[in-house]
Structures are given as C-alpha cells and as structure tokens.
Design a protein around this ligand. Sequence first.
Ligand code: NAP
Ligand code: ZN
Ligand code: ZN
Length: 350
Amino acid sequence: MQVKAFGAQSATSPIAPMTIARRAAGPKDVAIKILYCGVCHSDLHTARGEWSGVRFPTVPGHEIIGRVTAVGAAVTRFKEGDTVGVGCMVDSCRKCYSCDDGLEQYCRGPHGFQLTYNGWIDGSGENTYGGYSSAITVDEHFVLKITHKESDLAAAAPLLCAGITTWSPLRHWKAGPGKKVGVVGIGGLGHMGLKLARALGAHVVAFTTSPAKVQDARDLGAHEVVVSRDAAEMAKHAESLDFILNTVAAPHDLDAFIALLKRDGTMTLVGAPATPHPSPSVMGLIFGRKSLAGSGIGGIAETQEMLDFCARHGIVSDVEMITPAEIEAAYGRMLKSDVKYRFVIDMAAL
Ligand code: NAP
Ligand code: ZN
Ligand code: ZN
C-alpha cells in the first residue's frame, strides 16, 4: 500500500512530501489511519542527521493518534473504528529479560527494539517510517488504547513520547507526596514532566533558561520556578531536591544541577543532545552519594498505565496545531526553545 508522507531525503534537505510503502495488515497487525502526530525534538535530531546511524530517506514522527481501519485475523484487542496510539517502538524480540519485564525499550534481542522510524525491520534490513504520514501498520502488542475524549485527541498525541518519557522515570524514582522534584528544560518533554510530577503529588520545581516561561511553568504545575542562569536563584535550592528530570536537548553544565540534589538524590537525563555534556565533577557525586542516571521512553504496559492515568485526570499536552507544510518552521522555532509546548501535525491536511 502506497501512502502519503512527509520526510527528509538527506540531512541537509528540508522535510518535504514523499510516498512510502506500508504493509497490508498481517494476522497480528492493526492498520491505522493517522489523525495527528506530535513533533518531538528527536524528530529534528534525526531529520538533520545529528545522531549517528540515521538512514535516509527518513520519515519522522512517533507521537501518533489514529483510527483503526483494519485488523488481522489474530488481533484480539482492537477492532475497526477504535481510537489508538503508537509511540516510539513498533516491535521487539519479546523473549529477552527486558521484554519479559514489560520494558521493551531496553530489549536485548539480536536487533534490540524496533523504533517507529529509523528502525531496522528484522530480516529485511529495511528502514521503518514514522508518523508524518497518512497511515501505518503496527503489531497489536505495540498499539495503545486511547480513552481521551474526542476533542482532546490532538493534545493527547504528545503523551505517546513526551508523556511516557517523563512518566517512566518519575515513577521509577518514585516522584510523589513528600518528594521535591525538579524538571529542567520546559519544552515538549519538560512541560509534560511538570504536569505529571504535579499530578503524582510531588513538590515541583521548574528550571528554565527562558525568563518568559516563568508564569507558564507555574500554570503547567510547578510550585516554584527558577531561571537557571541566575546563580542566586539556583543557590536557594542547594542540596534540596530528591530527584531531577533533565530534558535539555543541548550540552550544558550538569554540576550546577547535581549541586541541588539532596544526599542520595538522583538526576536522570532524558535529553539526548547531539554532542556530549561537559563531564560532571566526580567530587560532586561522591560527597552526597548522588547518582546521575539515564532513562529511555517507557515500556508498553507503563505507556498504557500513563495514558489511562492522563485520561482519568484530564491531562493532555499544551499544543500548537500545524499542517505538514509547517514542519520546517516548527523545527526552526524548536531550536530557539520557542514551543508552547508541543507542535502537533493535523494529518487531515495530507
Ligand atoms: P524541546 O521541546 O526542544 O525542549 C527542550 C528544552 O530544553 C527547551 O525548550 C529549553 O527549555 C531547553 N533548552 C534547549 N536548548 C538549551 C540550551 N542550549 N541550554 C539550556 N536549555 C536548553 O525538546 P523535547 O522534544 O522536549 O526533547 C528534549 C530532548 O529529549 C531531545 O534531545 C530529545 O531528543 C530527547 N528525547 C529523549 C527521549 C528518551 O527516551 N530519553 C525521548 C524523547 C526525547 P527552557 O527554555 O525552559 O530552558
Ligand atoms: Zn520523542
Ligand atoms: Zn527483547
């Protein structure tokens, strides 16, 4: 099946219309008409070839909301007409210890997990293509149920990456009542981090380089907001945070944040800049038994848990709707930290 898509032919060519092939639904597959797709900074890193191993042409997009158009004979959880989501993964080995634990994003099978875009299709070596397209076919194990109300569907799309990438570490490091949690970088991921940490009951502190975002960060759920370039404001939070979620998409000084952790505190990096951060000071970690960690998206079961939690609590992303023709302009604004707070593409314009 040939479908319309938007993608990049090379690291230096802009996102432009193209045509890609999608498989017909096999026995365990769900065929989906895509309604909305969020724009993640990972899409930009990929389209510009900033991460190693990007294969072109590439069709980004892994915050997909759509409607089921057909299901294979062995599909049990979905039927035609259902509203569904697809996030960052479309397959994994389903046999390794990570897959057994429901953490498919850490699959240790021969090919690891299969990314929704720029992933290897097992056996063929072909590239996978993402959600900047009109349709996608996905194994039902990697399809999520969406129970948000119809008018919230576009704003629910970013939950499929920004939501789960912040939810998974917040849950793993037990953000909740009695915990002081920092969120660094108020973009797509960071604004979801604020909403989710607040909903989980933590005391939430936002750290931003953009003074213009201070009021927004409060409205998004932060109890306190710090402009991180202001050393005096930073010093007020020294040795006070149990957990910091760092979503920044560019290399920066990690020591300034490690200094804000309490004894035994952890800062988890989810931002994945194209070039490394300056190495943090070992002493800053030793004196306080502090941890620096990383976290990748989230497993399918915890993604469903997050989606259901958000539907129950009426949580969605703050979005700016765009057409496919506006993706390049959206990337330009993202590079200037000027997103309020996630772009979502309306695929009706395809
Ligand atoms: P985004 O919307 O562009 O937000 C990033 C935010 O980081 C900006 O809004 C800005 O916030 C801050 N920032 C940007 N440049 C900065 C700089 N030079 N110094 C300090 N702060 C800066 O991006 P996103 O979609 O949230 O993605 C963030 C990162 O996470 C990307 O690298 C992306 O690839 C990665 N990611 C990782 C995973 C994972 O599984 N680990 C999943 C998805 C995305 P302020 O204006 O508030 O400072
Ligand atoms: Zn993403
Ligand atoms: Zn596996």
